[in-house]
Design a protein around this ligand. Sequence first.
Ligand SMILES: [Cu+2]
Length: 335
Amino acid sequence: MRFAALSAAAALASTASAHTHMFSVWVNGEDQGDGRNVYIRSPPSNSPVKELGNPAMACNVNGGKVAPKFVSAAAGDELSFEWYHDNRNDDIIDLSHLGPVITYIAPYTEGDGSGAIWTKIDEDGYDGSTWGVEKVVANGGKKDFTLPSALAPGQYLVRQEMIGLHEADALYTTGRGAQFYPSCVQLEVTGSGTEVPSQNYDIVEGYNADEPGIVFNLYGSYTSYPIPGPDVFSFGSGSSPAPEPTTAAPAPTTAAPTTAAPSTLVTVTKAPATSAPPTTAAPTTAAPAPTTTAGAGVGAASLYGQCGGINWKGPTACAEGACKHWNDWYYQCVN
Ligand SMILES: [Cu+2]
């Protein structure tokens, strides 16, 4: 049980530029080097994303800016994503910014990460005494997690976020709101896994005012926290059709698993259509219950709502604004 330790006014006073962003990735304890704009689609600053429904909720404001390299790791490897505040190994993030740390994976895209492409692979919320953010700070800025051993080889985006809940007692539209710090890493996975992540979760659409954990009063008393998004995906559950490993594997010449850490960075190669994890196989098994498709294709989406994209079954008209084509997966009503 945690009781109110800070007044809302105190939290307000400590929010200015006390933010965070990602520096590098570690693979099995080996630092892969400064990843900013190298294999991380780095935002230009450590500022949060706050506007629900904005495509930047997926991979931050440079989410569609492809980085030149990939980090290479094998399915089953131990990864750490390392964060910092202003300089590496500093205070990481102000501890007024308590909240969860969540990690998702998606088949690689040159798009900005919007659309129903994400699968949750790790989460750390509140365990009754300590927040995920506090554990990352205590761990020198590193969030450790395991790359699922069943993961099929191929190119992916891995999205990790910290959420600062210090103003999350009200929505962004009131001038407060949760602070999201998403960062997307380009990852090339090797190994003999066969499973393509198939949760097909849309972060931009899913993180809305009705999603548990988006609005949360950090200054009340509580014993638990509802982490936003779906449950962590259970690989090996048989719910996902496995691709043929021979067609899903990336060209093996670019990734030599036996080489030393620095050379596991591979130069970006535009994946031919056949080497991308097949995203088209999943939707049939992940089809929503009929109740969620009631009214599909009718009506009009509200401002910032989705109005089209692959597998989209909702409205394709906009009640306000015009329907903009961000990428093949995500069209949005914007002004
Ligand atoms: Cu901040």
